[in-house]
Design a protein around this ligand. Structure first.
Ligand SMILES: *Cc1c(COP(=O)(O)O)cnc(C)c1O
Length: 362
């Protein structure tokens, strides 16, 4: 058995030491004689796992005390509906910034539950740069402003946090770049992320919400979808995804104690992305269309000058131990996802392979 380099966009690579620890603790968690998967979520053992995970996350992101952390289910896609349901109880218009496919899905779902307004869009530039602050035009009765900090498919990442007035909640889908570096949580009303990119296994969804926003739900919001209900029950109104929560906790512990925090993580991520973009930019054989300041540090899409070589590229990459480099099925091309758990050695192997491939076929 050997572990290969995995560039999957999600579910994505996990840190090897996290998997090893989960393996070691699999049958008998810390001498309790059972697996975390088999524990009651009400047990003292699991509650300690859950609380430690939240404490570590709070310390990593420096989450202020007046924010709740919710461990939910349904993926980021369910948040597309939960948001307008939970923040739309006072009416108003849901404002969105469109920079790619995930933001588009958030808008389409949002329209089912609130009137929506497109505050800014990258459509005119072919989704290659994010709108400038002055291009963001809010409606007068905005209930919130939603944006996607990193468009996972297009590889387009915000290089700034949009400025809004204090009474307007800023909402961000951070599914694919949360924990890739420090963020100022206090700028946001709600942050949400599916776990399977940078947090842990699929099945868990993280929501970080300012407390004063917990009581704005529309009346018909299903009980299970209400942030208030989730917060009041410490994310255990019903059975939470216990094993995914536990593994996320191991990832937080890894980030804190092995990587050394999010500042250190950001530096590693910057090095990885710089190395790959350098390879793409210096070899005519490859290209990436995104404006430099908005190039994603997490998801790097690229094309070959000769598209007929794509299948060969993927086949030879796989033979070289480089997995999951195909672009999203909706856009084609290539994509390398460089999440936290993808080691620098993986990027070294990928750039060496790309250089060889270009010389062989170029
Ligand atoms: C992956 C992804 C989603 C969808 O996540 P699910 O958990 O599969 O619903 C939404 N937004 C962004 C930015 C993503 O990267």
């Amino acid at each position: 058995m050997s572990r290969l380099f995995n560039f999957c966009a999600g579910p994505a690579a996990l840190p090897q030491t996290v998997l090893e620890r989960a393996r070691d603790e699999m049958l008998d968690w810390q001498g309790r004689g059972l697996s975390v998967m088999e524990m009651s979520h009400r047990s003292e053992a699991f509650i300690s796992i859950a609380e430690q995970a939240e404490a570590d996350l709070r310390s990593l992101l420096a989450i202020p005390d007046h924010y709740k952390v919710l461990f939910m289910q349904g993926g980021a896609s369910s948040q597309f509906a939960m948001l307008p349901l939970n923040l739309g109880g006072q009416g108003g218009t849901a404002n969105y910034i469109y920079t790619g496919i995930w933001g588009q899905k958030a808008i389409q779902e949002g329209q089912r539950y609130l009137p929506t307004h497109l505050a800014a869009s990258s459509e005119a530039n072919g989704l290659t740069r994010v709108p400038t602050p002055s291009e963001i035009q809010l409606s007068t009765d905005a209930a919130y402003l939603h944006y996607t900090s990193n468009e996972t498919i297009g590889g387009l990442q915000f290089d700034y946090i949009p400025e809004v007035s204090d009474d307007l909640p800023l909402v961000c889908d951070m599914s694919s770049d949360i924990l890739s570096g420090p963020i100022d949580v206090s700028r946001f009303g709600v942050i949400y992320a599916g776990a399977q990119k940078n947090i842990g296994p699929a099945g868990l969804t993280l929501v970080i919400i300012r407390e004063d926003l917990l009581d704005r739900a529309q009346a018909q919001t299903p009980t299970m979808f209400q942030y208030r209900v989730c917060a009041d029950h410490a994310s255990m109104y019903n059975t939470p995804p216990t094993f995914a929560w536990y593994l996320a906790g191991l990832v937080f512990d890894w980030l804190k104690n092995e990587v050394g925090g999010l500042e250190a993580m950001a530096q590693i991520n910057q090095r990885k992305a710089a190395r790959l973009y350098h390879t793409i930019d210096t070899l005519d054989f490859y290209s990436n269309p995104i404006a430099k300041p908005n190039r994603s540090q997490m998801n790097v899409p690229f094309r070959l000058a000769d598209a007929s070589l794509e299948k060969t590229f993927l086949k030879e990459a796989e033979a070289a131990g480089l997995l999951n480099l195909a672009g999203h099925r909706s856009v084609g091309g290539m994509r390398a996802s460089l999440y936290n758990a993808v080691p620098e050695a993986a990027v070294d192997a990928l750039t060496a392979f790309m250089t060889d491939f270009a010389h062989k076929w170029g």
